[in-house]
Design a protein around this ligand. Structure first.
Ligand SMILES: [Zn+2]
Length: 416
């Protein structure tokens, strides 16, 4: 856009939307960019080839020419969109004014219909174009509607040279680990236990790697520490990643499929492992008869060991996306709020008459003194030490979702 005499205003935005939408694209993300005539001191936000890209903090009051912008965007989509892929349904929206934040909030938390978005776009005089099933218009509109009202992070995304597209990526793991330890304001870089480099995407897209973090200067430094194949371009995005924006507090009876919820309850069924290695438990509460299953699926790896430690009666606050059939919360993190006292048998009861240990009458049938005939149902017990504690636990980096706020972000904030 820069050669068309428009400046970029603010950082480009990468906005993630409802991760539970059944027909979503892989990352369910959308981009937005604000253009105009820049005012104030420009900042470097990236490089494309050997050209430096800048953005401005403010824009002058004059409006841009929508038609000119539309032509540029159309050219880009015609040239680069993979329209032959059945899951590629792009759309673009050009707006002089940002829609309400509520438009974004609905798109990140609920299901938004194409009809309501088209109605909104018509009513505010937007210039827009949808391709194929046109669902891209929903994300495009929501991406413009988002601004960091409450929270934000950044991602520095690097792109591969065109000749490497589709081939295996070369990013050195040990340099990523070093970067992870050096740049403390970055997050979700590397999963040490599962040896998973989270910087590198799984799809054959032109992205080489992305580093997420709190601070732009740190991200640029972090990128200089990562050893990789040649980087063609890089851009810094302002994002809603790692903010928990998708979550809403709900009571168990109000949970609906495709939402992401924070819900409190006590365990009414102990964790059990089902086929595929998934661990499931059930929670309920006193105010409703409704219950809901909570799952730590196999990809959450060692997180399942923590979940298995929970017992009936424990009170937990579960954070996660709601699957429809059967209604199940896919746990992203869990706040253990109360642990019940658990006891274990130490030895058989002692006869109050003769002082000798009683004998078991068989499984679950109590005890009896062989000498005096006195019976008892209760053995001598001691309190069992719980290995789980009343605190937050989260899935490992390898299983983390774009929108989930890592505990590192919560804890770092508390320190400052
Ligand atoms: Zn006795």
């Amino acid at each position: 856009m820069t050669e068309e005499n428009y400046d970029i205003i603010g950082y480009s935005r990468l906005v993630r939307l409802n991760p539970n939408v059944p027909w979503k694209t892989r990352g369910n993300g959308a981009l937005s960019i604000r253009v105009g005539t820049g005012k104030g001191k420009k900042t470097k936000m990236g490089e494309i080839g050997d050209k430096e890209i800048f953005c401005y903090p403010k824009k002058s009051s004059e409006n841009c020419n929508d038609n000119k912008i539309k032509k540029i965007v159309e050219l880009v989509i015609d040239k680069h969109a993979k329209l032959e892929d059945e899951n590629t349904n792009p759309g673009f929206v050009i707006l002089q004014k940002r829609p309400s934040l509520g438009t974004y909030e609905k798109a990140v938390r609920e299901i938004v219909s194409l009809e309501e978005i088209e109605q909104l776009l018509k009513s505010i005089g937007a210039d827009y174009k949808g391709y194929k099933n046109c669902r891209g218009l929903i994300g495009a509109t929501a991406a413009i509607a988002w601004y960091p009202a409450y929270d934000k992070t950044y991602e520095l995304i690097t792109y591969r040279q065109k000749k490497s597209w589709g081939t295996e990526r070369s990013v050195d793991d040990s340099s990523v680990k070093k970067m992870d330890k050096t740049c403390s304001s970055t997050f979700d870089n590397y999963d040490y236990k599962n040896r998973h480099n989270k910087l590198v995407p799984n799809s054959p897209c032109p992205i080489l790697y992305g580093i997420r973090g709190e601070d732009i200067e740190d991200l640029i430094m972090a990128s200089s520490l990562v050893k990789s194949e040649p980087v063609d371009s890089w851009i810094i995005f302002e994002t809603n990643q790692g903010t928990d924006d998708h979550l809403q507090k709900k009571s168990i009876d109000k949970i609906k499929p495709y939402q992401s919820v924070i819900v409190e309850g006590s365990l009414i069924q102990s964790p059990h492992t089902i086929k595929g290695g998934h661990v499931i438990f059930t929670i309920g509460n006193n105010t409703t008869t409704d219950t809901v299953d909570c799952a730590a699926y196999e990809p959450t790896k060692e997180f399942r060991r923590i979940v298995r430690e929970l017992c009936i009666g424990d009170v937990v606050e579960v954070y996660g996306g709601v699957r429809e059939k059967p209604l199940t919360i896919n746990i992203e993190k869990i706040n253990v709020k109360y642990l019940t006292k658990q006891v274990e048998k130490v030895e058989n009861p002692v006869c109050p008459n003769c002082g000798k240990h009683m004998k078991s009458k068989g499984a679950n049938q109590g005890y009896k003194c062989k000498i005096c005939g006195i019976t008892s149902s209760r053995p001598i017990v001691k309190e069992k030490k719980r290995t789980i504690r009343t605190e937050f636990y989260e899935v490992p980096v390898c299983a983390r979702r774009h929108l989930s706020k890592p505990l590192k972000r919560i804890h770092d904030k508390q320190k400052h």
